[in-house]
Design a protein around this ligand. Structure first.
Ligand SMILES: Cc1cc2nc3c(=O)[nH]c(=O)nc-3n(C[C@H](O)[C@H](O)[C@H](O)COP(=O)(O)O)c2cc1C
Length: 314
């Protein structure tokens, strides 16, 4: 037991990241059933679709699960209302100011976690009254901080500043990475890319396959002028690079991005024109596994690594 397993009432301190077009009720419930904490990714769901996923998740698991809500969401009021009506117990907020919704959620008895990419925002989240933070490093898949602080440096720096539990995210796909994060000061880990390539992930098979084929150096953080995002270097990414040569305005970049690029890439499997969000750690992902196996393997590797480290202590 540690601060994170106690906070969420789960067996292992492994949180499956909320991910657009990836984490519906099938993935979230499988992770929760395997002893981690599954999160529904509300960012790609219309409010009523989210309600349906919450209801299906409740049927598929009796264990705790949560919902990730990017706060840039256009229907945020409606989403929050559904969270309360459906008696969701755990909410992870991201991409926004933690002051906006934390008190409302806490008043409704909900455990709140906020995602940050710097010590400054970690402190702000703590002041806002959240129960824990996710500290997400530069390696991570999806939207990310502008400062490019890596998980390896971010976790100890956040640890120096805040008292509430820390969940490390970015670059963790196996038990060795998990142990490293815990040694640096994390109380738990949030894992994204590894679960995107799972059997229960709702991503298109083309997207799952491209994760397996992505090697070191084949992802990059881009579109910093809009919302920074780490992408696989496909044709759409190259189009962005070409546009950068012309010193584009924010509007030019927005126009190129257009709408529903992530859906196109992740959910519809368009590997050419779609936005393919994945972390640097894709280079370590070589197979598609069930959520249960991912968690069992991580815990086994974690324990093995712990023993190995103890053996070479001097
Ligand atoms: C395909 C994909 C979609 C994501 N969507 C979201 C999202 O909707 N909300 C969010 O807070 N983070 C999102 N993320 C970031 C993850 O929550 C997580 O913090 C990150 O993946 C951790 O790094 P890793 O990919 O190295 O494990 C996404 C990541 C990926 C790979």
């Amino acid at each position: 037991m540690n601060r994170i397993t106690t906070l969420f009432n789960i067996k292992y301190p492994i949180i499956q990241a909320g991910m657009v077009w990836v984490s519906g009720y099938k993935l979230a419930s499988a992770v929760s059933n395997a002893g981690g904490l599954g999160l529904l990714g509300a960012g790609s769901m219309y409010p009523e679709v989210l309600r349906e996923h919450i209801q299906k998740c409740k049927k598929a698991t009796s264990k705790p699960f949560g919902v990730n809500i990017p706060m840039l969401y256009p229907n945020i009021e409606e989403i929050m209302k559904i969270i309360v009506e459906e008696k969701v117990q755990i909410v992870f907020t991201s991409a926004g100011n933690p002051m906006t919704w934390t008190s409302y959620l806490k008043e409704n008895g909900i455990t709140v976690v906020h995602v940050v990419s710097s010590s400054k925002f970690a402190l702000r989240a703590q002041e806002a009254g959240v129960d824990a933070i996710v500290a997400e490093g530069f390696e991570a898949g999806g939207h990310n901080g502008r400062e490019e602080t890596t998980t390896f440096t971010l976790i100890p720096m956040v640890k120096e500043q805040i008292k509430i539990p820390i969940i490390a995210a970015g670059g963790i796909a196996n038990g060795n990475g998990m142990l490293a994060a815990m040694v640096l000061g994390a109380d738990g880990v949030q894992v994204g890319s590894r679960f995107a390539a799972s059997v229960e992930s709702s991503a298109h098979d083309n997207f799952k396959q491209v994760i397996l084929n992505t090697k070191e150096g084949e992802t990059q953080l881009t579109l910093k002028e809009l919302t920074p995002v780490r992408l696989i270097k496909n044709k759409f990414f190259e189009d962005i690079q070409e546009l950068y040569k012309k010193c584009p305005t924010k509007e030019d970049l927005s126009q190129l991005l257009g709408r529903a690029r992530a859906k196109k890439g992740i959910f519809e499997g368009d590997l050419t024109e779609g936005e393919l969000e994945i972390g640097q750690v894709a280079g370590l992902i070589h197979d598609i596994k069930t959520a249960e196996t991912i968690i069992a393997d991580m815990m086994q590797e974690y324990q093995r690594a712990q023993k190995e480290v103890a053996d070479f202590l001097f």
